[in-house]
Ligand binder design. Sequence first.
Ligand code: FAD
Length: 423
Amino acid sequence: MSQAGSNATSAPRLVIAGGGLAGLSLALALKQALGDSLGVVMCDPALQRDPHGDTRAFAIAAAARRMLEAIGIWHKVAPKAQPILDMVITDSRLQDPVRPTFLTFEGEVGEGEAFAHMVTAGDLTVALIAACETSGVDLRAEAVESFQTRAAHTDVKLAGGEILPAALLVAADGGRSRLREQAGIGWISWPYGQSGIVATILHERDHEGRAVEHFLPSGPFAILPLKSETLVDGTVKHRSSIVWSERTENVAGLLEADSADLLTELERRFGLQLGRIAFETPPYAYPLSFGVARSFVGDRLALLGDAAHVIHPIAGQGLNLGLHDAAALAEIVADAMRLGQDPGSGEVLEAYERARRTDITAMGLVTDGLNRLFSNDWLPVRLVRDLGLGVVDRMPALKRFFIREAAGLTTREPPRLLKGEKL
Ligand SMILES: Cc1cc2nc3c(=O)[nH]c(=O)nc-3n(C[C@H](O)[C@H](O)[C@H](O)COP(=O)(O)OP(=O)(O)OC[C@H]3O[C@@H](n4cnc5c(N)ncnc54)[C@H](O)[C@@H]3O)c2cc1C
């Protein structure tokens, strides 16, 4: 590789555009693995924002949690993480007086290991940025504006005009990735006509670590347990995160309704099992769509996380896929560099494409199919799916398989980080 893709100390340089959770995890994993032999620059104007301004919470699957453990992050977020101890699935219409339980899962994949934990975006981001800083990742609160591929490197232009020659540019700039567009990589996508309303809900009673997914005709409504907080006066704040999928044409009306009406609509879906409820954070709606890049790589370019794939949140797997991308790319780049290879070479990028294509396509199709199957009020479809859920509920081995799938533990030959091993 030419000197051009190198930093001042002549080590090759890798630039990551996008400091979401996928981009930050990759930066940290690579810096820890390769130290001074790779310059890692992370660019994102959002790095100057307060990470706790993002009130979303994610279900982090067991495999992704093992990765966070391997890169030294998990012990920082664990005290605030809520393990999902069991899961209940119901299938009904909004007006039905009772919601029969069709399927229950116990949440452990191994001795004392939950299949997923709920963690807030703010807690994860704070821990990752701090660890990136101490590990020597060069953090720039600036956007990547464009890039120009040369013979043996790529020139990455930042919004302020600086040009960083890099051996590899990673586009982790989200579902509407400008860099993917600039590279001319096609995007196969379709809208779901649904939006995901996200909020944190306070409730009177303890959720006991239970996650609930109500399949309703307008889309799935998930109640995901968050860690309770004990206040100085000894009272306990019980809270859960909701992901309320609703037809997009209804969302503006719902969010513009006065707060009492919105709360009534929420109560119709949330139910009364946890006592009285209130919004802790204002609801925020995300339009839902499916999208997958025709290729995850270009010349000296790799797509990571939502820049490569956007899926329906029905199974809470979008970020988990992005962390899986980060684990795979970090391993491929680290192994190649230890063999003296160019981290932006065609071989490295092809290996990344091969490692991720099947898993991403499979998860995209499964979540798409589940959403179509369950956001459907046609009686024959409802009967067949409820019969299916009832059958699965009586098959412990199949349930164990599904829970290991949700935990991200069924991938053949997973990257080392997802097994909790260091690079
Ligand atoms: C309603 C809902 C619920 C969800 N729940 C879950 C869940 O429970 N579990 C789960 O695994 N997933 C979940 N997901 C999916 C998850 O939110 C995403 O997959 C994940 O946040 C994507 O992370 P990312 O780092 O790839 O991208 P993003 O978080 O979108 O980050 C992209 C970053 O790139 C930056 N950026 C943009 N352009 C540039 C540029 N030119 N230069 C530099 N930086 C740039 C942005 O500022 C941003 O910080 C959910 C999604 C939705 C919509």
